[in-house]
Write a protein of this length. Structure first.
Ligand code: UD1
Ligand code: CA
Length: 462
């Protein structure tokens, strides 16, 4: 099998996005556009695609990772110049090379594989993907001769009125024979705008008749993102594809219109996703879970049979059968065991909660360890921050923290110990002990009755 290389053109400034962020790094469903394109290339068999970027190479490396050879296009002199920069990074590579724009984020591995195999089949030096756009404005148009053969591509800015009516467009997705491409690129002349157009190499190739056109039926795949509105359109398309994929794999999506699931999220079968739910980043959700409504979960791992209702979770690990919410906020660094309960208006941060533990109402648990089967009463607060540093609270297994206990960290409550409701606890409590840290109650007999009588008398006098 001939080897396969790939180049992603991602150096453009993206002026029309009106942003400080390079266009190629804008995410769609949680993944930068350049990575979506690069990933499709990798899936089609390119081991390490070349990512052509501008001066923002460090930012790109950070966002896109180690799967790419980074090539820097110093000046944005057009798509042909970007492609030339990418080819240089491939040295004297001689096989086929896939080329695509980072701003065509919905392109698939199937498109790349089709182009590659068609090119091989007909020994073409170029295969170009085209499609019909209902509104071709902004795209390069495919100009064919009288017998229907590809002649050239004309850019919107240079197109004559008749040419603008052509609805078949250049998708900016190609496969080239690397050697022929290198040769053609060296012969290009700049456009009126002073840019070098990759589309111009087609005319050089087609003269020799060895450039083939592969016309795809689904134009959505080739949506070019030049503006924020295109970005929204592309995200909507990909979002629906993601939801459909989950539905096919046995996940119930109650309301596709209000469900947002990032590309890399994994969900087990027979899980229900309720409306207004956002599952983001690298979130993993097990089987038979109930998620939502009105829930946002980012970068969490949630085991089977959990329920999360009206809550926010981030960078947390949740054990099997645990119930979270309604209205819980589970924050970074939290690990919750099996069959635990995190109830309404409970915030947990950077804490380890044992299995069967219950923190059911109105609590803040930060930088803590809560043992197995401990019961943390309503209104319990860990005072983890002393104004300078964070301190830990340890609550032992089977401990019972009375309602409205204030735990001043660092502090340890022993296994099976109890704290009296309303206590302020700033000293360690031994296992099996009762700790009460509050004013002793005094009852004054008849005090209320006498006070009322006094007040009534005084009121009558005046
Ligand atoms: C390009 C094509 C057009 C096609 C359309 C499909 C050319 C000249 N035109 O137009 O025929 O219909 O894509 O979406 O190729 N880039 C660089 N360096 C540069 C300039 C651009 O890396 O100097 C990158 C951009 O980051 C972008 C891609 O190349 O990812 C395409 O550039 P863009 O300016 O968006 O081209 P279009 O005008 O959309
Ligand atoms: Ca574009």
């Amino acid at each position: 099998m001939p080897s396969l290389a790939g180049i992603v053109l991602a150096a453009g400034k993206g002026t029309r996005m009106k942003s400080e962020t390079p266009k190629a790094l804008f995410p769609i469903c949680g993944v930068p556009m350049a990575e979506l394109v690069g990933r499709a290339m990798r899936e089609a068999g390119v081991k390490k695609p070349v990512m052509v970027v501008g001066q923002f190479v460090e930012q790109a490396r950070e966002a896109l990772g180690k799967n790419y050879i980074y090539a820097i296009q110093k000046k944005q002199l057009g798509t042909a110049d970007a492609c030339r920069t990418g080819l240089e990074a491939l040295g004297d590579y001689n096989g086929y090379v896939l080329v695509a724009s980072a701003d065509t984020p919905l392109v698939t591995k199937e498109v790349f594989s089709t182009l590659f195999s068609k090119a091989k089949e007909s020994k073409a030096i170029c295969a170009l993907a085209t499609c019909e756009m209902s509104d071709p404005t902004g795209y390069g148009r495919i100009v064919r001769d009288d017998s229907g053969y590809l002649k050239r591509i004309v850019e919107e800015a240079d197109a004559a009125r008749e040419e603008k009516k052509i609805s078949e467009v250049c998708t900016s997705v190609y496969v080239f024979d690397a050697k022929s491409l290198r040769n053609a690129l060296s012969k290009l002349r700049p456009s009126k705008k002073g840019e070098f157009y990759l589309t111009d190499v087609i005319e050089l190739f087609s003269e020799r008749g060895n450039c083939i056109v592969v016309k795809f039926a689904d134009s959505k795949t080739f949506l070019g993102v030049n503006t924020r509105w295109h970005l929204a359109e592309a995200e909507k398309i990909l979002r629906m594809q993601i939801l459909q994929r989950h539905a096919q794999e046995g996940v119930t999506i109650r309301d596709p219109h209000t469900t947002y699931i990032h590309f890399d999220v994994r969900i087990g079968k027979d899980t229900n996703i309720e409306p207004m739910t956002f599952l983001e980043g690298k979130t993993r959700i097990g089987e038979r879970c109930q998620i939502g409504p009105c829930t946002k979960i980012k970068d969490c791992s949630i085991a089977d049979e959990c329920s999360v209702l009206l809550s926010h979770l981030q960078e947390a690990v949740i054990g099997k059968g645990t119930r979270v919410g309604p209205f819980a906020n589970v924050r970074t660094g939290t690990k919750i065991g099996e069959n635990a309960r995190i109830g309404n208006f409970v915030e947990v941060k950077n804490s380890e909660i044992g299995k069967n533990a219950s923190i059911a109402h109105l609590s803040y648990i930060g930088d803590s360890t809560v043992g197995e089967s401990a019961n943390v009463g309503a209104g319990t607060i860990t005072c983890n921050f002393d104004g300078f540093q964070k301190n830990r609270t340890v609550i032992g297994a089977g401990a019972f923290i009375g309602s409205n206990t204030t735990l001043i960290a660092p502090v340890t409550i022993g296994d099976r110990a109890i704290t009296g409701a309303g206590s302020v606890i700033n000293e360690d409590v031994p296992p099996d002990a009762l700790a009460i840290g509050r004013a002793k109650q005094i009852n004054k007999e008849n005090w209320a009755k006498e006070w009322r009588q006094k007040r009534t008398k005084r009121a009558k006098k005046s």
